[in-house]
Ligand binder design. Structure first.
Ligand code: DUC
Ligand code: ZN
Ligand code: ZN
Length: 491
């Protein structure tokens, strides 16, 4: 028997802390050796001139989820995970959405049957709590946390999902008792409704006004409210999809006070602007960019970079929430043409997350390649109970790797994508840095532009609760090695 099933040879191995030249020996889906030179071995993957990093972990994706008004997402587990591995990801954490009146167990079972046998990469589930009844809070949540669903998301807006302050506090208290992590969508429901109605009365119904109906002040207020509730209960929270300076500054303020407040941001907040929502000429093509919170402007991109560099953000996720553009369930559906309020909220991005951060961040000189790994993989594993099995390169861990060409220049276009929707909001954007191959537990699932399967290779991940004490938690998830500390990579 060969000592290894596969050796990835000659690459530059990058983790959140180190950059070294090494070979990686893999057996039975796990990394067995990381050594200067491995001479024995079965199959070889030649990684000379390339980076070898822990596969991307995207902890914020929506797959096979019903949207408002019964509109379905354009990605199920097959197409969504196909797109994910083509973008260098090896683990996703999508959501199991509880519909009001439904038991959480029932929701979780339904998502398992959507995912089983239909995933190219590994996956866990966060729970979306829309109906925190006494039995959900008292029985279902604690037992589900125990079964490996150790994080839940709550919404401060959306008719069919919003929780009031009392409900938020109940969920926060439950999370504290079971050591779960609560993810919070921070936008104020009443303010959005008020602004939406005012815009509609003035005839301002084009997709562009989606951004005007959800200004940063609405996000800032809700962010502050969520932080206050978390402080009251003394529970860690994760503020998701932070879009600009105002909410970022609230989070930084909370962190400086020692509160256990973590934060996530996404590609749309460093690569799209509200101007994109104008479309070609204030037309419906602006709907392609409708997501919540909306993209802001270039000054706010700089604020997000400040937060990424300064450690305000632990994770960079896609918030992949794909809808078709054309067709009866798309962004252009007949109702959506009457007002921005009916345009399905969300954009695809699981395949372009790594290239956008690498290009604008690492190649752009804003973050180190080690920080890139921390923000796209390691910190997701740490925050959501998968570390060290996932999120790093070391003997004994799962052989989840992305082999990356740091110099490849690509123009993002729909024709390159492997996802379900009929467009990418990043069409025409030029990036430097692109995945060459993706390995999930030692199996090559993507190479040189093609998804090579096997479908069904991905399995469910039972996640633990995060046991780091707050201070250590913050210091281990805030950043990887800073620019200059790692190897320069000749860029
Ligand atoms: N919130 C999300 O987290 N994803 C998509 C849309 C939204 O509002
Ligand atoms: Zn959200
Ligand atoms: Zn989302």
């Amino acid at each position: 028997m060969e000592a290894y099933d596969l050796v990835v040879r000659g690459g530059t191995v990058v983790t959140a802390s180190d950059t070294i030249k090494a070979d990686i020996g893999i057996r039975d889906g796990r990394i067995i050796a990381v050594a200067e030179t491995i001479t024995t071995g079965g199959e070889t993957f030649d990684a000379r001139g390339l980076l070898v990093m822990p596969g991307g972990i995207d902890s914020h994706v929506h797959l096979a989820q019903p949207g408002a008004g019964g509109v379905m997402l354009a990605d199920d587990f097959e197409t969504g995970t196909r797109s994910a591995v083509a973008g260098g990801n090896t683990t996703l954490i999508p959501f199991a959405l509880q519909r009001r009146g439904e038991s959480l167990r029932h929701a979780v079972a339904a998502y398992h049957s959507e995912a089983e046998g239909k995933s190219y990469c590994d996956y866990g589930f966060h729970l979306i709590i829309t109906d925190p009844t006494p039995s959900v809070i008292g029985q279902e949540l604690p037992s589900l946390v125990n079964d490996g669903y150790s994080s839940f998301k709550v919404f401060m807006t959306y008719d069919d999902m919003v929780l009031n302050d009392r409900q938020l506090l109940d969920v926060f208290e439950c999370a504290k008792e079971c050591s779960a992590l609560v993810m919070v969508h921070c936008e104020g429901y009443d303010a959005i409704r008020f602004l939406t109605e005012r815009l509609e009365r003035a005839g301002k119904t084009a997709p562009y006004y989606h951004a005007a109906s959800r200004p940063q002040v609405v996000e800032r207020e809700a962010t502050h409210r969520a932080i206050s509730h978390a402080e009251l209960i003394d529970v860690p929270i994760m503020i998701v999809h932070v879009s600009g300076r105002e909410p970022m500054e609230q989070i930084r303020w909370a962190q400086q006070r020692g509160l256990k407040v973590f934060a996530e941001t996404c590609p749309q907040y460093v690569a799209l602007t509200a101007e994109d929502l104008k479309g070609l000429n204030m037309d419906e093509s602006g709907g392609k960019y409708v997501c919540s919170p909306p993209p802001r402007d270039e000054a706010n991109w700089e604020a997000i970079w400040e937060g990424l560099k300064g450690g305000v953000f632990s994770t960079f996720s896609s918030d992949h929430s794909p809808f078709m553009y054309e067709g009866p369930t798309g962004k252009l559906n007949p109702r959506a043409r009457t007002s921005f309020r009916w345009v399905p909220n969300g954009i695809p991005g699981v395949e372009t997350r790594l290239p956008i951060l690498f290009s604008r961040g690492v190649v752009g000189g804003r973050i180190s390649v080690n920080e890139f790994v921390a923000l796209t993989s390691t910190n997701h594993a740490k925050m959501y109970g998968l570390y060290p099995r996932k999120g790093t390169i070391a003997p004994g861990v799962d052989a989840d790797l992305v082999v990356w060409d740091p110099n490849r220049e690509v123009t993002i276009t729909q024709g390159l994508m492997h996802h379900g929707p009929d467009y990418t909001p990043y069409e025409g954007q030029k990036v430097t840095g692109w995945p060459v191959a993706t390995f999930v537990r030692g199996t090559c699932v993507f190479a040189h532009g093609d998804v090579v399967g096997p479908l069904g290779h991905g399995g469910f991940l039972k996640r633990t609760t995060t046991k780091y004490p707050a201070a250590e938690w913050q210091s281990t998830t805030r950043r990887g090695a800073a620019v200059g500390e790692g190897e320069a990579l000749g860029q």
